[in-house]
Every structure is written in structure tokens, then in C-alpha cells.
Design a protein around this ligand. Structure first.
Ligand code: AMP
Length: 461
């Protein structure tokens, strides 16, 4: 199958050939013709298989053929700022020979340039929902001629954290439009929701709905919680781990792991929602350029981030949701490169591991690290001097396994921080009173779609 046979515009064919694409990936071959024909579509394919081009190329083809109208014609919504930046890079490359204007809209940076861009009437807007709603509420942007709406990482965009914001945005768009949803994972429950926004959508599915990319070798290391940091340092002695993305459950956990790695001479950057937009961009840039060997991140980096050559993904903390596992490990083995995904499993993670194995339909290989002392006692805390403990605070447990949350709570108590850290969720934006979304790092409401969905999928309480 060639790109020419898919009916793409000549300017786009020229751009993608210059970009180095010679033939379409399976999701592109399957999705491009129905999108050019004007159908609504749900596209499901593994991470890193070319989904961005699968929706962008046919939309650009339709724009190239359409009469010029004022305002924004295409709105692409994505869950994180990093993903917005990445999609924009792709769209700019594919639209290189077309006279189209493109704007990106996301929080954490000044509004003014984004307002100016919307005022100029950009043909294509790529946005996270929170900032877009803020700007739409201030009456910026002209979406009255919108023709194409894309929800990238659709399952995330339609879960409880984002859904109210998405509904508000869609309410402000013309009813007659093409709506496309793309994701690597899309449960039947979330798919049922899409019918609210789509008109007789076609579904294009490549591979299983919950499948990590075939090229990723997945290994599990069973290790007590107190030895996880030492095991990470031990594994990093192998030069083959040359570009490593480490996932932790909390922002503080990410900082702690990075700090300890730095102490052993490993160059690290961190990426999580407590960091400013500039720090986040610099962390990604340093990781991409090889200036740092390890990027320690929360799930904010789990979706869509396309960094060439990530050799290993390490789940330092095992993810709470099986979908997050699939997205996290999709950061390696992208575009057919061989990569390894390593998960540290402590006794408390065993149930989640079993659920994950059920979800992805196969067991994961257990591995022992050669030369690693699994019986070592907990290393002494070096960087945190003993602090005075308020006698009014709850007694600390001194024996037995502790959950990571309990550990984090204790650590916060010692440091006088309040409240206890919660697991960061990249679904982030939680509706404010009155509904506006404006931050990427809020947690979804308890009892939202995700936990009940997880329960339904896994039977886990
Ligand atoms: P995506 O799934 O859109 O994040 O794309 C994953 C990677 O595959 C990106 O680096 C794309 O530039 C690359 N890619 C997408 N389509 C093709 C293609 N047809 N041929 C080669 N590389 C591609």
C-alpha cells in the first residue's frame, strides 16, 4: 500500500516524503480513506504506530480541497501540554506546503500569544481542554466554521476528569462536523460514550484494544519496597540502559528517586505537574538530546510522548490502572525499535500485577537481577537528617510492610507539609465550582469513571 493510493493531497504527499515516510502504517492505511470520505471514526491502535498522521493527513487533505472560510476549521484536543506540542510539530511538518495557520493552546504559560493567535483566526487549533475553556469563556476564538474535531487519547479525554470540560467545548461547536477519536486503549464503556458526540462512527482497530506494542520486551522484578532504589541503581550499571524513562506514582516520589540517582552520579531530569512549563520543556529537551540519561516522571509523561530511542521504561512504582501500564510502556519500542519495559513489583503490587496480566491477556516474565542482594536491609536515610517528631502526631509504624502512600504521608508529616500527597493523575483537570478547567494536575473526583471502570475490568475492589 502506498500513500498515493490513499487519496492524499499532492502537497501533503510531498511533505511526508520529505519527512521520510515511505509507506503508511496499518492504522494510517485503514483510517485515512474513511476520514477523507467524511466519516466520523474511532481509531484504536497501539502506541507509537502513527496515529497522529492517521488523523492529520486526511484532515489536511480535506482542508486543502475546501473553500477558505474564516475562523478555526480543525480543533485537536489532547490531555497534556507535551502532547499538544508534539502534535503541533507533526502537523507543522505535514502541512509544510499548505498555507494554513496553526496555534497551540495550553496552560502554564502566558495567555496573550494564544489569544493573539486565536484572534488572527487560526485554521488549526491544538489544545488542552482547561486553557481552551478559559479562553472560550473570555470569548476568544471563532469556532463557528469548525469542520473537524479530534480527541487524541480519547479514553482519557472521556473519563470523569475531563468529560465535563469536553462536553462544554463540544457544546460550543457546530453540530455538523466530523468527529474523530483516537486511542491505544478504549474500553467498550468509554466507546459507548463516544456516540454522544459522533454520528454513526466507523471503528478502525489494529491489534487488541489493550495490547502493548509487540516490540516491547516486558520483564517483572520482584523486590521489596525498601530495595527499589538500590535495584534501579544496580540495573543502571548496565550501559545498555542508555535512555531510561522511570515512572513513579507521585511527584514527590519522582523528585526523591531523581535526587538519589543524582547522588550516585546518574544524570537525571524530572517531569511532573509541580514543575513549571519551562522546567517541563527543558527536562524533555535534555532527555531527548542525551544531556541526561534518566527522566523520572509521573503518569503525565505516559501518554503520547514520542521520544526517539528510549531504551528502557522502568515502572519504579507499578501503575494503579492497567491502561496506564500500556501507555507507559508504549514510550519505548515505538516505531518498531526494540525496547524493554521493567516493572518493580513489591508484595503489595501482586494483585495489581495479576489484574494487569488478565487485562493484556498474558503473563509477564519474572526476572532476578544478577549480582543484586535481595536480602539487604533498608539503606540508612542519608539526605534527610532525623527531625523532631511532634508527640501529638500519630505514632509511626516501625515494623512490617508499609504502603507507599503511608510512607509518603509520613514523609510529609515529618516535613510539615499538608495535605498528604495524592497520586498524580494526568487526566488532571478537575472541574472548578462552576465548571471551568484550568489546571493539569488536579485529581479526578473520587468515585469517578476510572475506579469503577477498573473494578469492572478487573473485578478488583
Ligand atoms: P505517533 O503514534 O503518531 O506518535 O507516531 C509514532 C512515530 O512514528 C513518530 O515518530 C512518527 O513520526 C512516526 N511515523 C508515523 N507514521 C510513519 C510512517 N508512515 N512511516 C514512518 N514513521 C512514521
Amino acid at each position: 500500500m502506498s500513500f498515493q493510493a490513499l487519496g492524499l493531497d499532492a502537497h501533503i504527499l510531498k511533505a511526508i516524503s520529505e519527512y521520510g515516510y515511505t509507506e503508511p502504517t496499518p492504522i494510517q492505511a485503514a483510517a485515512i480513506p474513511p476520514i477523507i470520505a467524511g466519516h466520523d471514526l474511532i481509531g484504536i491502535a497501539q502506541t507509537g504506530t502513527g496515529k497522529t498522521a492517521a488523523f492529520t493527513l486526511p484532515i489536511l487533505t480535506r482542508l486543502a480541497a475546501a473553500a477558505k472560510t474564516p475562523g478555526t476549521k480543525v480543533l485537536i484536543l489532547a490531555p497534556t501540554r507535551e502532547l499538544v506540542v508534539q502534535i503541533e510539530e507533526n502537523v507543522l511538518a505535514y502541512a509544510k506546503h499548505l498555507p494554513l495557520s496553526i496555534a497551540k493552546v495550553f496552560g502554564g504559560v502566558g495567555e496573550r500569544p494564544q489569544i493573539d493567535a486565536l484572534r488572527r483566526g487560526c485554521d488549526i487549533v491544538i489544545a488542552t481542554p482547561g486553557r481552551l475553556i478559559d479562553l472560550m469563556e473570555q470569548r476568544h476564538g471563532n469556532f463557528s466554521n469548525l469542520q473537524h474535531l479530534v480527541l487524541d487519547e480519547a479514553d482519557r479525554m472521556l473519563d470523569m476528569g475531563f468529560l465535563p470540560g469536553i462536553k462544554r467545548i463540544i457544546k460550543a461547536l457546530p453540530k455538523k462536523r466530523q468527529t474523530l477519536m483516537f486511542s491505544a486503549t478504549l474500553s467498550k464503556e468509554i466507546e459507548a460514550l463516544t456516540h454522544e458526540f459522533q454520528h454513526h462512527p466507523k471503528t478502525v482497530q489494529i491489534g487488541r484494544r489493550s495490547n502493548p506494542a509487540e516490540s516491547v520486551t516486558q520483564l517483572v522484578y520482584e523486590v521489596p519496597v525498601h530495595l527499589k532504589q538500590s535495584l534501579l541503581s544496580h540495573l543502571l550499571r548496565d550501559d545498555k540502559l542508555d535512555m531510561v524513562l522511570v515512572f513513579t506514582r507521585t511527584k514527590h516520589g519522582a523528585d526523591r528517586v531523581a535526587r538519589k540517582l543524582e547522588q550516585t552520579g546518574v544524570k537525571c531530569a524530572t517531569l511532573h505537574a509541580n514543575r513549571s512549563q519551562n522546567q517541563r520543556l527543558k527536562a524533555l529537551a535534555d532527555f531527548k538530546s542525551g544531556a541526561v540519561r534518566v527522566l523520572v516522571a509521573t503518569d503525565i509523561a505516559a501518554r503520547g510522548i514520542d521520544v526517539d530511542g528510549i531504551s528502557h521504561v522502568v515502572n519504579f512504582d507499578f501503575p494503579m490502572h492497567a491502561e496506564d501500564y500500556v501507555h507507559r510502556i508504549g514510550r519505548t519500542g515505538r516505531a518498531q525499535a526494540i525496547g524493554d519495559a521493567i516493572s518493580f513489583i513489591s508484595p503489595e503490587d501482586q494483585a495489581a500485577l495479576r489484574s494487569l496480566e488478565k487485562f493484556i491477556g498474558r503473563g509477564l516474565v519474572r526476572k532476578k537481577a544478577e549480582g543484586f542482594d535481595y536480602h539487604a536491609t533498608a539503606p540508612a536515610r542519608t539526605e534527610e537528617p532525623p527531625r523532631y517528631r511532634d508527640p501529638r502526631s500519630r505514632p509511626q509504624r516501625t515494623q512490617g510492610p508499609q504502603s507507599q502512600q503511608a510512607q509518603a504521608r509520613q514523609e510529609n508529616q515529618r516535613a510539615g507539609r499538608d495535605p498528604a500527597p495524592r497520586r498524580e493523575d494526568p487526566r488532571g483537570p478537575r472541574p472548578k465550582k462552576g465548571g471551568a478547567l484550568n489546571s493539569e494536575n488536579a485529581t479526578p473526583k473520587a468515585g469517578g469513571a476510572k475506579p469503577s471502570l477498573w473494578k469492572r475490568l478487573t473485578g478488583k475492589k
